[in-house]
Design a binder for this molecule. Structure first.
Ligand code: BG6
Length: 281
């Protein structure tokens, strides 16, 4: 279990039917409950030791997607302690918002010697949950990075889930030795291990088969790529922080900027966002 002191909760309504829970380790979103339905998956074997990345939720990938020669897979943002910059409060439009920040420190500079500030802003309304990640280069040198919002959706049976908007696009298939292929399906489904990075995806995907909600619209801005991941049987067994029988219960659909790195000069910034909406069935 996560310790109470590590948790920040955004509560939209007095009945606690629409809430978001965030762990300060990685500013990892652990839960998004909308109208009483939990949409996000977190493994029952997730480890909350403030060291390891939390298995599930929405880990933030920065400054590197995938294996990284400078250190941990998917970078350090998801394993760093973030600061709660602005406590949850309602804005003028009635949305609950909260802001988390991460700035370079001796640990990050040991791996990646650059000055930066990450600002992660959450907005919660009755049906939508928006997350915005801003990257500021606060140093004098240009740096390059890749980034991604690694969202784990909760499913009852992942083989019944679908992801729209990928037909005709090129993808890198990590399951097939990083080979490049073109997607021919209108709706992508899962019937085995899936680990695909689609480049140049449209700004909208519809994900069906999500527990409780059924259908979620993912709208993204400035995040041109989409990764679809499910570990299936063998990878599930190989992960110490994931139960062997949990792979049918999740599907990662991850909005990012990963096919080509971004480059930021001194004082420049980048903002990418995703908005998740529970759609009527
Ligand atoms: C996905 C990658 O984004 O994350 C997969 O495409 C990887 O290759 C998965 O296995 C989980 O990564 P991790 O580091 O959280 O086990």
């Amino acid at each position: 279990m996560a310790a109470v002191k590590d948790i920040v909760t955004l509560v939209l309504d007095k009945d606690h039917k629409t809430t978001v829970t965030v762990h300060l380790h990685g500013a990892t979103v652990l839960a998004w409950k909308t109208q009483g339905k939990e949409i996000i998956f977190v493994s029952e074997s997730a480890i909350y030791d403030n060291k390891k990345a939390i298995r599930g939720g929405i880990p933030l990938v920065f400054p590197n997607f995938g294996p990284w020669e400078l250190e941990p897979q998917h970078g350090f943002a998801r394993i760093s302690r973030w600061k709660l910059e602005k406590k949850p409060e309602k804005d003028d439009s009635g949305a609950m918002t909260a802001v988390f920040t991460l700035t370079d420190n001796k640990d990050t500079r040991k791996m990646w010697d650059h000055k930066f500030k990450l600002t992660y802003t959450l907005y919660l309304t009755e049906k939508t949950f928006k997350t915005t990640l801003k990257v500021d280069n606060t140093g004098k040198e240009t740096f390059t990075f890749t980034t991604l919002l690694h969202t784990y959706f909760r499913t009852d049976d992942v083989t019944k889930a679908t992801v729209s908007g990928l037909q005709g696009l090129e993808y890198v298939d990590k399951v097939r030795g990083d080979g490049k292929f073109t997607e021919d399906r209108e709706l992508v489904t899962v019937a085995g291990e899936v680990d695909r990075a689609y480049a140049g995806t449209p700004n909208n995907h519809v994900i069906t088969g999500v527990t409780g909600g059924g259908k979620v619209l993912m709208e993204k801005a400035n995040l041109p790529d989409t990764v679809v991941w499910n570990p299936w049987v063998d990878k599930a067994k190989a992960m110490g922080d994931f139960r062997d029988d949990e792979y049918p219960s999740m599907l990662c659909v991850e909005a990012g900027h990963v096919a080509t790195p971004l480059s930021l000069g001194a004082s420049q910034s980048f903002t990418g966002s995703q908005t998740l909406t529970l759609m009527d069935e």
